[in-house]
Design a protein around this ligand. Structure first.
Ligand SMILES: Cc1cc2nc3c(=O)[nH]c(=O)nc-3n(C[C@H](O)[C@H](O)[C@H](O)COP(=O)(O)O)c2cc1C
Length: 366
């Protein structure tokens, strides 16, 4: 296997051009991020919902306002803990934090990540237009927006340039294959316009001809094996971001039953599910997802727990379901009533591997 190139992002150089995608509600915490960083990639902690299972939060607090405030503070404190744990496990690795623009507490989480040792902040699920402003005091922290189209990347570059900053790399995520929330409307999914072979060359031409900047592009969505990595690099990407494949690793922070559910899934089990954010998501079929599709959820009486999202159909009109609880149930191992986000290649994993072994398989490095 020919060796892959190193990847330069801001002031950091990684041995392998592989970023592990942030996976919310404790699927990618300190353990997974540190293992990927130790194996020569970039490990990413997802900041989403870290406070939920922390000692800092009491889900039984009766006041909704107090629950909301405590949750936001718990997310902040739990992120600091998670960064400390990751750093202890990987003192020299490159570790970043994924923060979703769509989440309440976005600004605080970005600032917390930057102040507590994250080397990178990756941000999508909305336009991260203020990321440079929020990290102005931490100029060594590399900033990576996530986009699904060249158009969005252009808007971000133009706005950031006015703040004296440009992305250190851009994650180009294909909604036709990525796991989790997708950056496209349900009716637009499967459009060839989102495919890497369209978006990456268009973006390279823009960066070269109009912006005259050399910004690395990171292809995400549906990257499973070395052939996928080679294809992305041949298109002009400098690296890849991989989510789903890292779930079936020993170090993934999810419950063992969550990983086992991935092992027994087949490609036919990967489905599109609606979410209270108003965006489609890609997930594994289970009784919960079937109930969502049939409009037959019986948890409508469940109150909104913490008002975690800026836009939420469940909070406002009890439409769909509480996504925080659904993702949390799954991460804790309840694969019947939890929501198991997964990319289009889910179902291909045959066993649970140590991260180092998976990285060696992907890179060919010892
Ligand atoms: C379980 C799961 C949770 C995810 N959570 C987040 C998240 O919190 N924030 C985010 O920006 N992307 C999230 N993603 C997207 C991943 O970071 C990654 O970009 C995507 O999974 C890449 O596609 P792949 O799974 O086909 O490799 C999630 C994906 C999965 C599978």
């Amino acid at each position: 296997m020919t060796p892959l190139s190193t990847l330069n992002i801001g002031q950091y150089t990684t041995r392998h051009p592989i970023i592990q995608g942030g996976m919310g509600i404790r699927i990618s915490g300190a353990k997974l991020a540190a293992a990927v960083a130790n194996a020569g990639g970039i490990g990413i902690i997802s900041a989403m919902g870290l406070g939920m299972r922390s000692a800092y939060f009491d889900p039984h607090e009766p006041s909704p306002k107090k629950r909301h405030d405590t949750f936001l503070e718990a997310n902040r404190l739990a992120l600091i803990d998670e960064l400390q744990t990751a750093r202890a496990l990987s003192p020299h690795g490159i570790i970043g934090v994924n923060v979703m623009v769509a989440a309440h507490g976005y600004e605080v989480l970005v600032k917390t990540a930057a102040q507590h040792g994250a080397n990178l902040v990756i941000s999508g699920a909305g336009l991260p237009l203020k990321l440079p402003e929020y990290t102005a005091d931490a100029p060594t922290v590399a900033l990576l927006p996530i986009v699904s189209s060249a158009r969005t990347a252009k808007i971000i570059c133009q706005k950031w340039q006015r703040q004296g900053r440009l992305p250190d790399a851009i994650v180009v995520e294909n909604p036709n294959s990525a796991g989790g929330h997708l950056g496209a409307k349900a009716q637009d999914l499967d459009s060839p316009h989102f495919e890497a072979d369209q978006v990456i060359p268009e973006l390279i031409a823009y960066l070269r001809d109009e912006l005259q900047e050399d910004i690395p592009l990171i292809a995400a969505g549906g990257i499973w094996d070395r052939a996928d990595i080679d294809r992305a690099i041949a298109l002009g990407a400098s690296g890849v971001q991989i989510g789903t494949r890292f779930i079936t690793t020993e170090e993934c922070d999810a419950d063992r039953r969550y990983k086992d559910f991935h092992l027994q899934a087949t490609s036919e089990d990967v489905v599109i599910v609606s979410s209270p954010v108003g965006l489609p998501g890609r997930a594994l079929r289970n009784p919960f997802v079937e109930k969502v599709a049939a409009g037959a959820l019986s948890n409508f009486q469940e109150p909104c727990l913490v008002n975690c999202l800026k836009v939420c159909k469940f909070r406002d009109s009890r439409d769909t379901y509480c996504i925080l609880r659904a993702l949390d149930r799954a991460a804790q191992g309840d694969v019947e009533t939890g929501l198991i986000f997964a990319g289009s290649h889910a179902g291909r994993a045959e066993k649970i591997l140590p991260v180092a072994e998976l990285m060696a398989e992907l890179t060919g490095a010892e």
